[in-house]
Design a protein around this ligand. Structure first.
Ligand SMILES: [Zn+2]
Length: 59
């Protein structure tokens, strides 16, 4: 278990945000949701973005 990784640019965002070491996909989705809200003005994550995020999460 080395944790999960996500990079915003992997879903096509012009954004340097990245997360390393989240302990679960659920935790990662929470971190990414908070980032999307604050940085990308997404109060909720649209389903197509959520599925892109999900497939961009690496473990
Ligand atoms: Zn971002």
């Amino acid at each position: 278990m080395s944790g999960f990784e996500f990079k915003c640019k992997d879903i096509g965002m012009n954004c340097g945000f990245e997360v390393k070491g989240a302990s679960s996909r659920d935790e990662m989705m929470q971190i990414v949701s908070a980032h999307a809200k604050g940085a990308h003005n997404m109060t909720t994550i649209p389903p197509d973005i959520a599925s892109k995020v999900s497939s961009a999460i690496k473990s």
